[in-house]
Each structure stands twice: as C-alpha cells, then as structure tokens.
Design a protein around this ligand. Structure first.
Ligand code: NAI
Length: 259
C-alpha cells in the first residue's frame, strides 16, 4: 500500500499553484506526504493546501528574490525541514534571440535557473545536514531541442540539466539525489494558448508517437517515483516524459519509398 515510501515525508513544490504544480501536490498528498506549496501568490495555493490537509502549507515567495526563498526555507525548517524538493516553477516569454530584451532574458534565467539553484541551496541545507533527501527539477525537452522564439527559455532549461547533474555529483556522497524530469507537450495554463485552436492541437497530437498531449498527472506520476526511495540508486539522470515526441525527428525527413 505504501510502495513508494513517501508517507510522512515533507515535499516542497515550487510553482505549486500552476498546472503541473497542482498535480504534483495532489499526487504527493495522495501518497501521505506533507506538501508545502511555494508560489508567487497564495491565490491558488492556499485553497489547495486547505483541501489537501495533512499539515499542507502554502507559502508566498517570489523565486527571483533570494531573501524570499531563504524565508520560505526557514519556515519549513521550523517544522523539521524538507525531505523532497520539486523545482517546478517556470516562466516562458516568447522572443527570438536577435531581439530578446536583456530584461526578458534575465527574468527567465532568474526564475527558471537561478531560482532552482537557490531553492536547492535553501531547502537542501537541512537534507545535507540530515544526510538524506531528493531533488527533482522540472526541465523540458526544450533543454535538449531548440525551438522557435524561445532562446532564453531553452537555454535556462539546458542549464537545469547540468545544474542537476552537478548537484548529483556534489551532493551524492552526502545522501542527496538529484534528477530532472523533462516534459514534452503538456496542457497547462503555461501552454494553453497553443491549444485554443483545434487544428494546432491536432497537429501537435499527430507529432507525438503516443498520439496525445500529456496531462499534468503524467508528469506527477514520474516525479513521485524519482522523489521516492524506490529510486534510491538513481541520480544525475534526466527522464524525458514526452510520449516519444523527441524520437520523431527522422520522421520529418522526406524518404521516398520508405513511407
Ligand atoms: P504554469 O504556468 O501552469 O505554472 C507555473 C507556476 O510557476 C505558476 O503557478 C507561477 O505562478 C509559478 N511561478 C512563475 N514565476 C514564479 C516566481 N518568480 N516565483 C514563484 N513562482 C513562480 O506552468 P506549468 O506548465 O505547470 O509548468 C511547470 C513547469 O513545467 C515549468 O518549469 C515549465 O517550464 C515546465 N514545462 C512545461 C511544459 C508544458 O507544456 N506545460 C513543457 C515542458 C516543461
């Protein structure tokens, strides 16, 4: 019944009010974990924490402000600290590299990358002191595959892949694992604009070998495993959860006679 062994653990989820974040929160709470939801505002996280119960906590914290991350971690430490951190908060502003503004570039790196590193430091401090913990960083297939008008976003996601491997190397001897989960196409508020038009949705579905767009629950299920003691010998890895999307490249190349 408790195969994942997450009961009684404290899981901090950044971006806990977003599409994937809410699914993560429900999934961890469903396994008996105590959930701490970190997001810019309490608007979506407070009602969710109340619904989840089991000591669930919602903390307002802008992850581009180091002192706010420190304060959130201090609050969690008062209750014994985090066993698990899911770095999930992210922002995507479109912009090609020939004209992306420095403000947009810096904002995306600040939340998507520096926010992940500072959260790992702040929430990981107690894990290192106790000699046990698990970090799961939500990256993206964009971290490995360039995509149109998303240079800052993709660069931030690529950097997360190395941040996680670096953490795995440095913190492994101290009992803390670090892995990334790279979603493909997931329908959430972040990506909703892409699904407003049915034709675009169908074109997207047709490109995925599993022929569907992921749900946030598809991501949460994998994150549960990565964070759990069932993955206790897994660190420094990237798990691509994309329904096979990134296996499709050669299918785009014209090849007469090989239909
Ligand atoms: P979302 O927009 O629904 O949720 C993102 C959450 O992060 C929001 O609740 C937002 O308030 C929070 N956030 C943003 N900036 C923040 C800041 N400065 N401080 C605190 N919180 C902040 O997006 P979604 O889709 O749930 O994304 C979650 C993660 O998954 C992101 O890292 C995203 O890059 C990644 N991802 C999403 C994909 C998709 O297709 N939806 C595909 C690949 C990766």
């Amino acid at each position: 019944m408790n195969w994942l062994g997450l009961e009684g653990k404290t899981a901090v989820i950044t971006g806990g009010g977003g599409g994937i974040g809410q699914a993560l929160a429900r999934a961890f709470a469903g396994q008996g974990a105590r959930v701490v939801l970190v997001d810019r505002t309490l608007e979506r996280t407070q009602p969710l924490a109340a619904e989840l119960g089991n000591g669930a906590l919602a903390l307002a914290c802008d992850l581009s402000w180091p002192e706010q991350i420190e304060a959130a971690a201090g609050r969690v430490d008062k209750d014994g600290g985090a066993d698990i951190l899911v770095n999930n908060a992210g922002v995507l502003h479109p912009g090609p590299l020939d004209s992306v503004s420095l403000a947009d570039w810096s904002m995306m790196l600040s939340v998507n990358l520096t926010g992940y590193m500072l959260s790992a430091q702040a929430f990981g401090k107690g894990m290192l002191a106790r000699g046990s913990g698990a970090l799961v960083h939500v990256a993206s297939v964009a971290g490995s595959e360039p995509q149109p008008a998303s240079g800052a976003y993709s660069t931030s996601k690529a950097a997360i892949l190395m941040l996680s491997r670096q953490l795995a190397y440095e913190w492994g001897p101290r009992g803390v694992r670090s892995n990334t989960l790279s979603p493909g196409l997931v329908r959430t508020p972040l990506s909703e604009a892409f699904y407003a038009d049915a034709t675009t949705r169908e074109q997207r579905e047709a490109m995925v070998p599993l022929r569907r767009i992921a749900t946030p629950d598809d991501m949460a299920d994998v994150a549960l495993f990565l964070a759990s003691p069932r993955a206790s010998y897994l660190t420094g890895q990237d798990v691509v959860v994309d329904g096979g999307l990134t296996q499709s490249l050669m299918g785009l190349v014209p090849r007469p006679g090989y239909a």
